[in-house]
Design a protein around this ligand. Sequence first.
Ligand code: R5P
Length: 294
Amino acid sequence: MTAREIMYFSDECAAAQRLADTMGIACRCIESHRFPDDELRVRIPLNPAAHVILYRSLAHPNDKLIELLLVVETLREKGVHELSLIAPYLCYMRQDAENTPGEAVSQSIIGRWLANLFDSIYTIDAHLHRTHELTAAVPLHRAVNLTAAQILGEFVRARGGTPCLLGPDEESGQWVQRMAQAAKLDSAVATKVREGDERVVITLPEMDWQGRDVVLVDDVVSSGGTLVTICGMLRSRGVVNIDVAVTHPLFAHDALNKLHRAGVRHIWSTDSIAHPTNSVFLAPLWSTALNQVV
Ligand code: R5P
């Protein structure tokens, strides 16, 4: 048995290969077939390494969770000793409370389920709102939540100019601050009240926006509602160019078009989810975290 290898599904070949190249280890594809009734068949590569690092981003997660279950059980049956999951986008982290009686608290249910499957889990900018540590949601000694703020900040800095980095809500403050330090740029944070899946009310911080360029910073863009709303407000205050830097480009439905129609110039995302806007690759961060001795 070789020591370590990466396994991935075919739709994430590029990011998995980047990680394998960075780490200098092998990476092999898991086959997955969908039957006409939507059941899934998976087939793992033969003779797996003693430590398998499964690369699976969990956007649009429901089928992927079943795939993970089938793969992990099969790998364990084949004698794999150690299983790590790299889930750049970690699903079901938003619901951290029973907001109305009877609602499932998906953050802890899915977190516990994943913790039972894997020996260690790595993610980035997990959507932890009121839960401060990933280990509270994913109860594992090695449940590691990285941040893309530094690497996104360096990217924005390399683009030049002196835009203001703006986060749409209090929660984004943590990323905006770290990005601003890395990029050596001004920053500000708005406040947001969510009134529906796609409807939000934003209050911009008081400052002179006239003639400025702005980079909007968020962990996730889903419906695009948050950033579209903020774009309209910035335009009416005389902002010139608006760009977006985001860790997880979920871009549900036509979110991308909505952002462009709202006047966004560039959209830069990390490769946490494969998307045409991917501009910043996370492989070095995963590699460093995986190689860290604990
Ligand atoms: C909220 O807390 C997040 O940080 C994002 O601002 C939010 O998830 C974006 O969602 P949408 O694109 O649907 O407005």
